[in-house]
Design a protein around this ligand. Structure first.
Ligand SMILES: NC(=O)c1ccc[n+]([C@@H]2O[C@H](COP(=O)([O-])OP(=O)(O)OC[C@H]3O[C@@H](n4cnc5c(N)ncnc54)[C@H](O)[C@@H]3O)[C@@H](O)[C@H]2O)c1
Length: 355
């Protein structure tokens, strides 16, 4: 596709996260929302009216949207059990896609897709949105400049509170194993893994612990209680490239944490701390080699580190991709690490990523 052409986007899945994507699309002149798909007719028509999209371009079936001739590219924001299906259809119909995370429901699906993708690749971006927090991008630059010396270890947390028993959250799809795959792990842990891969490099091994704190939740339709078979809490240790070691923790049962994803990177002469709740701040602690005094500084992020996620979707669709864009390979690798974390927790032992 030519570099300056307006890209007509079809949006599949119009629920909570679609609002963020609609806003991002509206901010970019080169993207034009032109078709919609959802199984919920009321929502489909409401969004269709709001966006001024004609009834002929409102679909219930994702394949109809993906095949539609004037849809140049797809953004998919459906529940996790449908991610592999959307990706497969986009590969088969050769439509560029920006797919939400987690990449797939499990690693078997990721392997199936990888076989298809290798034969007929498409521009494909995965929604690892924390790469677009300016602080995270600047932290990467500081690491590349060796600002904190040799990186030894990192601590990564992603905490939310909405699953805590006091809130009595019903049995939504996010607690249904058949639809979600995993709990906090795929929902939040996938982001932690991506942040670590983005900042540090590949995972080599993991050693994990998983727990479900709220074993049953009320089904909003029937009012009966449903068993919850996915995790509320996951912690794991990992060895990454260059023998960097990491401690990771995610849970949706952390009262006081709204959406708290933070990374602390420890080097031989300094520490970098970033938190998505303060997207424009990098905290840097540095030891002076002469007097061994430690200084702490909140760094200003220079221009050039603010990039909207969908600007990179435009880049990948128009053949201007670059290595910082979370792509098909990142989705595949991420899913492999998620799978090994589950394996490790089940076996109660450390597991290598590439067995
Ligand atoms: N990158 C991020 O930070 C981030 C944040 C939130 C959600 N997400 C991801 O986005 C995805 C959706 O999350 P959400 O919170 O928007 O969920 P949601 O339940 O609010 O919305 C999902 C929508 O998909 C629709 N849908 C279901 N089956 C469909 C089908 N067969 N065809 C078309 N539409 C269908 C539903 O009717 C609903 O409107 C999840 O995979 C989630 O992990 C990513």
């Amino acid at each position: 596709m030519t570099v300056n052409k307006v890209i007509k986007v079809g949006l599949i899945g119009l629920g909570g996260m679609a609002d963020a994507h609609r806003r991002m699309i509206s901010e970019l002149d080169q993207l034009q929302l032109s078709a919609l798909c959802d199984v919920n007719d009321e929502l489909l028509n409401k969004v269709g009216e709001e966006e001024g999209i004609g009834e002929e371009k409102r679909f219930n079936k994702m394949e109809a949207l993906i095949q539609y001739p004037t849809v140049d590219a797809v953004i998919s924001i459906v529940p996790n059990d449908l991610h592999a299906k959307v990706l497969e259809l986009c590969i088969r119909h050769q439509k560029p896609i920006m797919a939400e995370k987690p990449f797939t429901l499990n690693f078997k699906e990721a392997e199936f897709l990888a076989e298809l993708y290798e034969k007929t690749p498409i521009p494909c971006m995965v929604g690892f949105s924390y790469r677009y927090i300016p602080a995270f991008r600047y932290a990467k630059k500081l690491l590349e400049e060796n600002k904190i010396g040799t990186l030894r270890h990192l601590e990564v947390r992603y905490l939310q509170s909405f699953g805590s028993p006091i809130f009595d959250v019903p049995y939504l799809w996010r607690f249904n194993k058949a639809i979600t795959g995993t709990g906090a792990l795929g929902d939040l842990g996938a982001h932690m893994i991506d942040s670590a891969r983005f900042l540090v490099g590949e995972f080599k091994s993991v050693s994990a612990l998983m727990r479900t704190f709220v074993p049953e939740r009320r089904n909003p339709a029937s009012c009966n209680m449903h068993k919850v078979k996915v995790d509320d809490y996951v912690s794991f240790h990992a060895v990454l490239e260059h023998d960097v070691v990491g401690a990771f923790l995610t849970t949706r049962n952390a009262i006081g944490s709204g959406n708290q994803h933070e990374v602390t990177l420890y080097g031989d002469i300094g520490t970098i701390h970033v938190n998505c709740e303060k997207p424009d701040e990098v905290l840097l602690s540095l030891v002076d080699g002469n007097d061994l005094q430690t200084t702490k500084e909140t760094m200003e992020i220079p221009p050039g580190y603010r990039r909207q996620q969908l600007e990179d979707f435009i880049a990948i669709v128009t053949g201007q991709g670059h290595k910082e864009i979370p792509d098909f390979h990142d989705g595949y690798q991420n899913q492999k690490v998620l799978e090994r974390i589950i394996e490790s927790a089940e076996k109660g032992q450390s597991v290598n990523i590439d067995e």
